[in-house]
Design a protein around this ligand. Structure first.
Ligand SMILES: Nc1nc2c(ncn2[C@@H]2O[C@H](COP(=O)(O)OP(=O)(O)O)[C@@H](O)[C@H]2O)c(=O)[nH]1
Ligand SMILES: Nc1ncnc2c1ncn2[C@@H]1O[C@H](COP(=O)(O)OP(=O)(O)O)[C@@H](O)[C@H]1O
Length: 213
């Protein structure tokens, strides 16, 4: 009904807590939200599609993009480079499209600094560390050494929970998705995001006055 600027929805978590599963479900069910497809130098997983899940790049290609100023934020995570390409984000937000960022806390902090007013940040926690480890093992995308590295990185990631607007413990995936949907729906009707709300209220006031005459 009202024009509004899009939301930058950030989902972060220690690896294995479930942010990719939550993101995929949200993207499937909500046509107005689009994934910001990151650039990464990590190897592609079997179930991933280049250009859909990530833009897979060599380290040289990544560095060229960074030097050319094409990245909104970037970070090194688990020994690989990851970044958000600048292209399109502003046009999407101006057009009222919401954009979902599956990025780590280093990227989230950079975006909070640059675009604070547009951001809703959600940090996803696992129900326990034993379950986090099980999920990484069950996912079976990474070898033992990579899993260990991801768990080590979780030490630092867990310290960052209090930088986010919302925190979800991802026990039941469906319930977590419902919570994220509720957060998105609430954010969409925030007063500050609805740009022509004052003219709508003015219209109501004029109509009211004409009835009360
Ligand atoms: N800063 C930043 N982090 C990213 C970006 N894309 C992905 N990440 C993060 O990099 C980490 C590793 O991602 P990935 O290798 O897909 O493994 P996952 O943690 O199991 O999803 C996760 O914390 C992602 O959120 C990005 O563009 N920028
Ligand atoms: N609530 C949940 N309960 C059980 N398994 C889950 C849940 N959420 C995600 N998973 C599973 O855990 C693994 C890691 O989830 P994923 O979404 O890839 O995490 P992340 O993107 O945070 O690394 C996947 O195999 C996924 O199917």
């Amino acid at each position: 009904m009202f024009q509004r600027r899009g939301i930058m929805l950030i989902l972060s978590s220690p690896s294995g807590a479930g942010k990719t599963s939550i993101s995929r479900a949200i993207l499937r069910q909500d046509d107005n939200i689009q994934l910001s497809v990151s650039v990464t130098t990590r190897p592609k997983r079997a179930n991933e599609v280049d250009g859909v899940d990530y833009h897979f790049k060599t380290v040289d290609e990544f560095k060229q993009m960074r030097e050319a100023g094409l990245l909104l934020e970037w970070a090194e995570v688990h020994g690989n480079f990851y970044a958000t390409p600048k292209a399109q984000i502003d046009e999407l937000l101006d057009a009222g499209k919401d954009v979902l960022f599956d990025i780590d806390y280093q990227g989230a902090l950079q975006l909070y600094e640059k675009c604070a007013d547009d951001i809703i940040g959600i940090f996803v926690l696992p129900p326990s560390i034993a379950e986090l480890k099980h999920r990484l093992e069950r996912r079976a995308d990474d070898n033992e050494e990579v899993i260990k590295r991801r768990l080590k990185t979780a030490r630092q990631e867990l310290r960052e929970w209090n930088k986010y607007d919302y925190v979800i413990v991802n026990n039941d995936l469906d319930k977590s998705c419902t919570l994220v949907t509720e957060i998105i729906n609430a954010a969409r009707i925030q007063r500050s995001r609805q740009s022509n709300l004052s003219s709508f209220v003015k219209g109501l006031q004029d109509e009211l006055e004409s009835i009360l005459k």
